[in-house]
Design a protein around this ligand. Structure first.
Ligand SMILES: NC(=O)c1ccc[n+]([C@@H]2O[C@H](COP(=O)([O-])OP(=O)(O)OC[C@H]3O[C@@H](n4cnc5c(N)ncnc54)[C@H](O)[C@@H]3O)[C@@H](O)[C@H]2O)c1
Length: 330
């Protein structure tokens, strides 16, 4: 079976690529390699892996990528609120319009399964109940809105899509990100710095990046359709900082300036009923990071580890992303 994976060189995609290859799938990646090809270095020569360097906004590149494909897993996106808000028009083009086009083409080319990476951010702020897939959505920012609009467009365009609403990811990957809460906390603690918490009472569902990859593989192997919250567990940001501190003793600095108002607790029971279970916890991630930080990551504050800083500062990335030219915000 051949899978088209968009965004296969990213934080999640680079793990998912290896998982799918290991399980015997043939994988074609469509990615414009904003963060380079290095996350795929040791698998690049795998005979079952093919790379297409292209943009998901380019219909010709998408059509070419869909040739002889059975399943599409669509991850490519401008990921994160801050990065999406740098140039909202471009984010709508990539996160929403391109997704709608890909779903249309999947229907046209009779692709057997279309799997989309959505986010629990679509729930916005509603911390009092455990939110299921049938609950109201209330995205608070343009990133969450673009993902929810995409879900609706996919549901219209493609008969039975699979949509995974992922919790906030954490854990080691071949393309590291330290702009994700737990990853940042672990990096701060390992560098003997205070953990910085903004607000702290906000609930979040978290999920290890390897468990997220496993969920995509699970819904493909079981040919599942539908919308699924995909999480490990819900915990407040402050409590998470305390859990990190228990594993790697350090201080915690709490700032009451809440920039991010998202606050939600979700249930992942629907997917778990089918037998999926996220198992990797922060102790697992802390152990990964102890080697990763000391061996690979010299300075976790470098811009390449943050999506927003990369989009903001790198003219190479800006040239690829912004069709009207770099936005040179420096
Ligand atoms: N990381 C999280 O916490 C999280 C949480 C919920 C949902 N998600 C979703 O999971 C998916 C993967 O996220 P990630 O953390 O791996 O992000 P990432 O930024 O590390 O990876 C995104 C990948 O998409 C590629 N890409 C971006 N724009 C493209 C374009 N126009 N054409 C082709 N390729 C393009 C990039 O080069 C990169 O390889 C995204 O759809 C994201 O919204 C992530």
């Amino acid at each position: 079976m051949k899978i088209l994976l968009t965004g296969g060189s990213g934080y999640l995609g680079s793990i998912l690529t290896r998982k799918l290859l290991k399980k015997g799938f043939r994988v074609r990646i469509l990615d414009n390699f904003l963060f380079g090809k290095h996350p795929l270095t040791d698998v690049i020569k795998n005979k079952d892996l093919e790379l297409i360097d292209g943009d998901v906004r380019d219909l010709a590149a998408v059509s070419k990528s869909l040739k002889d494909v059975d399943v599409v897993i669509h991850l490519a996106s401008i990921v994160g609120t801050q990065s999406s808000e740098l140039d909202p028009k471009t984010s709508i083009e990539i996160n929403y319009l391109a997704t709608r086009n890909i779903a249309d083409l999947c229907k046209l080319y009779k692709i057997k399964q279309f799997v989309f990476a959505s986010t629990c951010s679509v729930y916005g702020a509603q911390p009092n109940n455990f939110i299921s897939e049938n609950s109201e959505v209330n995205p608070l920012d343009s990133y969450g809105q673009s993902k929810f609009q995409s879900e609706r467009a996919i549901l219209q365009a493609y008969d039975y899509p699979t949509i995974l609403r992922l919790g906030t990811l954490f854990g080691a990957s071949y393309r590291m990100r330290f702009d994700l809460a737990i990853n940042l906390f672990l990096a701060q603690a390992l560098n003997k710095e205070d953990i910085t918490v903004f607000g702290g009472n906000q609930w979040r569902p978290f999920l290890h990046v390897d468990d997220a990859a496993e969920a995509f593989s699970f819904v493909v192997e079981n040919n599942m359709e539908g919308i699924y919250n995909t999480i490990w567990k819900n915990i407040t940001i402050e409590q998470m900082a305390r859990e990190v501190k228990k594993l790697i003793p350090t201080g915690i600095k709490i700032s009451k300036d809440i920039v991010d108002k998202r606050d939600y607790r979700v249930t992942g029971a629907k997917l778990e009923k089918f037998g999926y279970k996220a198992t990797k916890d922060i102790k697992y991630a802390a152990n990964e990071f102890k080697t990763k930080i000391s061996e690979d990551v010299k300075n976790y504050k470098q811009e390449k580890y943050s999506n927003y800083k990369s989009f903001f500062n790198s003219t190479d990335i800006q040239r690829k992303v912004y069709t009207q030219g770099p936005i040179f915000k420096k």
